[in-house]
Design a protein around this ligand. Structure first.
Ligand code: ADP
Ligand code: ADP
Length: 234
């Protein structure tokens, strides 16, 4: 489902200085696989996630998602891959939400491009809101939700299109233990039921432990430690 080959990403800051955020990263994610990306702050985790999300193109190397080399696609084709193949929860969840629309409308809107006018739409919207604990806030505008609530809404929105791949950057960082557990349980359930692959950047050892494979990024380089009992890690 995902193949990164020799992916390097260099940022140039305002002074013209170059920062190599990723340095020759190879990564494979199979359909239905749950992958944790861990490592210290500044190691390149978010950069890798934004490359997988097609938000940034690699400086060199290939990022192939669902058979498409994201670095070489036209903007239009890239948008189509993002709409059909990817659910994304970024660190600032508000960025993916319509601020003036209700929580329910945010989820319903996200459902549309992937599904057309498929049946059961409204039920599924409320199921998703319920799964992230936001059904009581369904009518609240996204901008009036707390940070943690926006994070959970962003997850519901990301899952609404039923993507084969969910990318999540610290999806539990703003949540207390109990709510974080709810969110993790939802992601694992979606993986179980729909075969959705998960790529999750996390500082939370408990989150990582519950996924199949842990990849550590250090200074832009990736090392893999498949876990005992994970079954089927690449
Ligand atoms: P992590 O997610 O592991 O904390 P990041 O991918 O955010 O790491 O950052 C990797 C490196 O790239 C860091 O040195 C960071 O300062 C740098 N970096 C990230 N984003 C930018 C940017 N937009 N411009 C310049 N440098 C950046
Ligand atoms: P959290 O502890 O999850 O960060 P907050 O203290 O931010 O929660 O918010 C507490 C409650 O107040 C939440 O139900 C949230 O939806 C609501 N709330 C927060 N900010 C606003 C706002 N600007 N307008 C309306 N309701 C808000």
């Amino acid at each position: 489902l995902v193949r990164c080959e020799a992916v390097t990403h260099v940022y140039r800051d305002d002074t013209g200085a170059e920062v190599t955020a990723l340095d020759g990263v190879d990564l494979t994610v199979h359909a239905g696989e749950a992958v944790a990306l861990v490592g210290p702050s500044g190691a390149g985790k978010s950069t890798l996630l934004t490359l997988l999300a097609g938000l940034v193109r690699p400086t060199s190397g290939h990022v192939v998602v669902a058979g498409h080399d994201l670095g070489t696609l036209s903007e239009r084709a890239l948008l189509r891959v993002r709409a059909t193949s990817l659910g994304v929860v970024l660190q600032s969840p508000g960025r993916n939400l319509l601020p003036y629309a209700s929580a329910r409308r945010n989820v319903a809107f996200a459902q549309r491009p992937a599904r057309g006018s498929a049946s059961g739409g409204t039920d599924e919207v409320d199921e998703l809101l319920d799964a992230v604990g936001l059904l009581p806030r369904a009518g609240t505008a996204a901008r009036h939700l707390s940070g943690g609530q926006q994070q959970r809404l962003a997850l519901a929105v990301a899952l609404a299109g039923n993507p084969p791949l969910l990318l999540a950057d610290e999806p539990t960082s703003q949540l207390d233990r109990t709510t974080g557990e709810t969110v993790l349980a939802l992601m694992l359930q979606v993986r179980e039921r729909r075969g959705t692959a998960l790529v999750v950047v996390t500082h939370d050892a408990e989150v990582s432990r519950r996924l199949d494979v842990e990849h550590t990024i250090l200074d832009g380089r990736l090392t893999t430690s498949a876990r005992a009992g994970s079954g089927g890690a690449a």
